[in-house]
Design a protein around this ligand. Sequence first.
Ligand code: PLP
Length: 280
Amino acid sequence: MPAIAYVNGKFCPIEKAVVSVEDRGFQLGDGVYEVLRTYHGRLHAVGAHLRRLFRSLDAIELKHRFTAGGLERLLRQAVRRARFKDALVYLQVTRGAAKRMKEFPQGVSPTLVITVRPMELPPPEARQRGVRVITAKDVRWLHCDVKSICQLPNVLAANKAKAAGCYEALFIASDGTVTECASANIFMVNNGVVITPPKSANILGGITREEVIALARRHRIPLRERHITLRQLLAADEVFLTGTTAEILPVVCVDNHRIADGKPGPVTQRLYALFLRHVG
Ligand code: PLP
């Protein structure tokens, strides 16, 4: 089965999908996006993803006529057509195609693109042995809570991580606190307490992050949302990252510094078992 795309009202094979060279997403990064996945052919947490999409659309003042119900129907239709057991679903809205100008163009409709492709899971050894991350200076803007398609700092950091043989790049703010990874949120465990940076304009409010927090609360695993310095993270008992594709992935090494004994920890493993039950 080939990957499929939906562009402004039409489905087609992904390699046939096109948008205008004047699209403001292409020229200015003027748009927002969401990444969802399916489990056993069913879209996971679609309501939460669409709520975040509408918050992002509002934040960039992108006028549209989309409704949550309409987009959900479209996403379900796309997933049904693609027929992958586990699919990665990408949805992007830009301010549309118009003569290039910085200010908002008048009388232009947004461009809506959806793609559905087979899910590529992290390699099994990443889950069993844990992953290595490198740190990168957080040079992003002051609205990281908006899921903007302007991803250049994340692109550069992710590429730096890959070149270093690492799974992810962990952003460090100028005050020495850790914010999040290029495509995931960050957690640590200390004396049995799960700790993650609080929601703010400096991080994306991850859907998986929320699910992990809810699971911890439901199962009475102590959890605090508070700032974490890099120094505290390096001294943690366990570190893990969360995201739609990564799910919950143990981090065993940060910049060549081993976390505890360098093995995935028990709290991370327990949370992952609970997560699998939750999505299964
Ligand atoms: N933080 C960033 C910067 C991301 O790009 C992502 C996901 O792509 C996440 C966190 C995790 O978010 P979610 O759990 O909603 O996938």
